[in-house]
Design a protein around this ligand. Structure first.
Ligand code: DC
Length: 221
């Protein structure tokens, strides 16, 4: 088994930015598990499945062939042979993924894929249940958080940069609702593993957070 770094936390805490940075510094593979749940949601959405129909989600998720490849060091998600990286970041997919990711059959299928990826490589993996469920023996576990207002501000700035109109209060309300869904679902709810190190990124720069995690890594190896 390779070296495993697990980074969990709520949406907007900076997990993917930090995980990518650490993976680059260490020459590890970055595994974005949220992208897999998003690809599954896209598949179910395109099939016209109602996210709240658990039986239909369970039955149909078996037909989704999700694979990961690394092209120019970037993770590319293939859904039934098609590169879907450009299609999984919409609000519609986010909302669908937040519901369908609670389905036990969806989780079982994607957790298997994630564990297989970590079996033959050194990885930095981010998600919601990596330290608690996917990689329970990870060498380093981080639970990365930030206040809901700070996370809303970060998202607001991103959207404004893209020229999109938005309301920061609505964004914060959505973030709080998504946290609630992720934290209260029955299977693998978002929670810090007992042995995870809590890092609150609210008032830290990206480099400060990355340095803190690099120090944990140095101590372990
Ligand atoms: O991190 P993200 O926003 O790309 O995740 C998309 C959705 O998938 C989000 O609703 C949480 C869910 N998810 C999950 O349940 N478990 C993971 N390991 C990663 C993401």
């Amino acid at each position: 088994m390779g070296y495993q770094i697990a980074i969990d936390g709520p949406a907007g805490a900076g997990k993917s930015t930090i995980a990518k940075k650490i993976a680059g510094k260490l020459g590890f593979i970055y595994v974005d598990t949220g992208a897999m749940y998003r690809a599954m949601a896209l598949f179910l959405m395109n099939k016209g499945i109602d996210a709240t129909d658990a039986a239909a989600v369970s039955l149909n998720c078996k037909d989704a062939d999700i694979t990961i490849r690394y092209e120019n060091k970037e993770q590319v998600v293939y859904l039934n042979g098609e590169n879907v990286n450009g299609m999984i970041r919409t609000e519609q997919v986010s909302n669908m993924a937040s519901v369908t990711s609670a389905n036990p059959d969806v989780r079982k299928k994607l957790v298997q894929l994630q564990q297989k990826l970590a079996a033959d490589a050194d990885v930095v993996m981010d998600g919601r249940d990596i330290g608690t469920c996917v990689l329970p023996d990870a060498d380093v576990k981080v639970f990365l958080t930030a206040g809901s207002r700070v996370r809303a501000e970060r998202r607001y700035k991103e959207l404004v940069k893209k020229g999109e109109e938005c309301d920061i209060d609505v964004i914060e309300k959505d973030i709080i609702e998504r946290d609630r869904q992720d934290m209260t679902r029955e299977i693998s709810p978002l929670t810090a593993a007992d042995d995870a190190v809590l890092v609150d990124s609210s008032y830290m720069t990206i480099d400060e957070v990355a340095d803190a995690i690099m120090k944990m890594t140095a101590k372990k190896s």
